[in-house]
Each structure stands twice: as C-alpha cells, then as structure tokens.
Design a protein around this ligand. Structure first.
Ligand code: CO
Length: 136
C-alpha cells in the first residue's frame, strides 16, 4: 500500500424528515451554521452542510418520495445515512474498492454537491456503512 487513499472525513450525513428543524437544532444547541445548502434533483434530496472544522455535518432530506433517502427514512427512520471520506482521486479510490472485491453503487465517479466528484460504495462488503468518496 502506498499513500492512504482517504485523506479526511469530509462529512457525516444524517437523514432527517424536516431540514429546517434539523438546522435549527444544530444552530441553537451547538451554534453550528449552514455553510452550504443545495437541492440535488438527480438524487431527490436537499442538503444543508454545517461546517465543523474542516469537515461537515450533512443534513439530508428527500424532495422526492421515490428517492433512496425517502426509502431509507421509511425503513430505518432518521439517523446516520452515510459517511463521506475525502480523497485526492475519486476514480483511484473507487478502483481500489473494485480491486479489493467491494461492491460499488457508482461504477464511475459522478458529480456531487458543491461541484465535488463523488462515488458511493455499497454497505454490503463495507461492514454495513454506506461510504461516499468525495474529491473536492
Ligand atoms: Co454525502
């Protein structure tokens, strides 16, 4: 193994029913402020990123009842949805997942929010955690 492929925690994503209530909770309780808010229609979600040092809390709520996040909320309720790991090279990190027999959701990297390049790794084969690889 050469240099580590994961360079930092980019974000912890939390699925919530009501984005504004969750933003208010983090703001009032912890003084966290929204650094970025974006509706991503291709994923059927709206997100708010709250900055914590160099990482984010990503609050996610569905905008489409057929989206994966809507299904997740229906099945599991609110809570941690995925962990985003920052990488220098999303394609290289994704290739390493494939090379090690991992199951990917995105076969090739795609566009994420904030103009990032991302790819998701299936929790099956990743010890039960949905992983997002994030290249800024
Ligand atoms: Co994410």
């Amino acid at each position: 193994m050469t240099a580590p492929l994961l360079t930092e925690i980019d974000h912890v994503a939390i699925a919530v029913q009501d984005l504004d209530s969750a933003i208010a909770y983090y703001g009032e309780t912890f003084g966290a402020t929204v650094a970025h808010r974006e509706r991503i229609d291709s994923d059927g979600v709206e997100e708010a990123l709250l900055k914590v040092a160099d990482s984010y809390i990503q609050l996610l709520t569905p905008t489409d009842e057929d989206s994966p996040v809507a299904k997740y909320l229906e099945k599991k309720g609110e809570g941690i949805h995925h962990v985003g790991y920052r990488v220098d090279d999303c394609a290289a990190a994704l290739q390493s997942v494939k090379d090690h027999g991992g199951q990917v959701i995105d076969v090739v990297p795609r566009r994420g929010s904030r103009g990032t390049t991302v790819a998701f790794v299936h929790p099956r084969g990743a010890f039960g955690t949905l992983i997002e690889l994030v290249e800024e």
